[in-house]
Design a protein around this ligand. Structure first.
Ligand code: PHE
Length: 347
């Protein structure tokens, strides 16, 4: 009898201890610890349930009922505390992670096309509209394609025109111009007529300065067919200049020398800044140089797989960076590949 009464008193104490402990709980971790301690398998109230068989028969019902009440009360208190803790955690978060929605937003950094790419794409787009097809050719080339087959034998003084990066593998180099692509394109298409452009990077072993860089893009233009003339070459360049700059811009072909073309010329366009009157960009001359060109040398045609007695062709090499420099008044070619975002962000 007294044992049963003791248990009833003990249940009140268990309840009080649990409720007191719960009052100190502030966060989800300690709440979990409390739950294990006061409602878990080995909690005091659970021990009572497992001992209930040993209680006096007369009091057993009462003890069972009371134990249940205590358990339910603790569960109810837990539920209430859970809610309170969740709200407190949220309230703390709201204070700690306060957002000032009136602040101006941060602008995402947008990527953009490189100025050399813009000029390259402009040239290619216009030439494609004129019926030229893009061919790809490698930047790592053979000495044979870059020089020999372009009519520049080893030890020929013309090799001085291109200071070259050689690889450790004999006969393999970084192309000094896109012209070796002429050989590749011709060999792929001959003896059918060919009309192609070959855009891409070229490399020269240069002492760099404001107008010399060790890498730069070129767009090689090539056409081979029966009866192609220097007039066709001039017409192509004129048409391209009209499309790229303005319909009334003039071009000029200045006699020059390249071993793989005969005759050869430098391509000048009328200064699009001053219209030919003379200004700082054209250094007073009224003309701007944008590339080289000429009629493909018979030897080169033959190396490409064409019979020079039946076929003729023209070729030109245009400099996109050169055009971009003129167009955007860029005074130092080293800006292009210097990777300075302050420069690149302006385009
Ligand atoms: N490959 C020549 C150069 O770099 C340019 C050129 C191309 C000239 C095609 C004539 C014909 O410098």
């Amino acid at each position: 009898m007294s044992e049963g009464n003791d248990i009833l008193t003990e249940l009140d104490a268990i309840r009080q201890r649990a409720i007191d402990a719960l009052a100190a709980v502030q966060d989800e971790n300690t709440l979990q610890t409390w739950k294990t301690a006061h409602l878990g398998r080995s909690a005091a109230v659970m021990q009572i349930f497992s001992q209930i068989g040993q209680v006096d028969k007369a009091l057993r019902g009462q003890v069972g009922q009371k134990a249940n009440q205590v358990k339910q009360a603790l569960e109810a208190a837990l539920a209430e505390k859970e809610q309170a803790v969740r709200e407190a955690v949220l309230a703390r978060k709201l204070v700690a992670e306060k957002l000032d929605v009136t602040l101006p937003g941060r602008k995402p950094a947008y990527g953009r096309l490189h100025p050399a790419t813009l000029a390259l794409e402009d040239i290619c787009q216009n030439l494609m509209e004129m019926g030229f097809q893009i061919y790809r050719s490698p930047e790592v080339e053979t000495d044979e394609n870059n020089f020999e087959l372009l009519n520049i034998p080893a030890y020929h003084p013309a090799r001085d025109m291109w200071d070259t990066f050689y690889t450790t593998k004999p006969g393999v180099l970084l192309r000094t111009h896109t012209s070796p692509g002429q050989i590749r394109a011709m060999r792929q298409v001959a003896p059918k007529p060919l009309r192609a452009i070959l855009p891409g990077m070229s490399y020269r072993y240069e002492q760099t300065d404001a107008s010399h860089e060790s890498q730069f893009d070129q767009v090689e233009v090539i056409a081979v067919g029966p009866g192609i003339t220097f007039g066709d070459l001039k017409g192509m360049i004129e048409d391209l200049a009209h499309r790229m700059f303005s319909p009334d811009v003039h071009i000029r072909l200045r006699p020059s020398y390249f071993p793989f073309t005969e005759p050869s010329a430098e391509v000048d366009i009328e200064c699009f800044i001053c219209g030919g009157k003379g200004c700082a960009v054209c250094k007073g001359g009224g003309w701007l140089e944008i590339g080289g060109c000429g009629m493909i040398h018979p030897t080169v045609l033959q190396n490409g797989g064409y019979d020079p007695s039946k076929f003729s062709g023209f070729a030109a090499g245009l400099g996109p960076e050169r055009i971009a420099m003129l167009k955007y008044h860029i005074e130092d070619i080293r800006y292009f590949w210097g990777n300075d975002a302050r420069f690149l962000e302006q385009f």
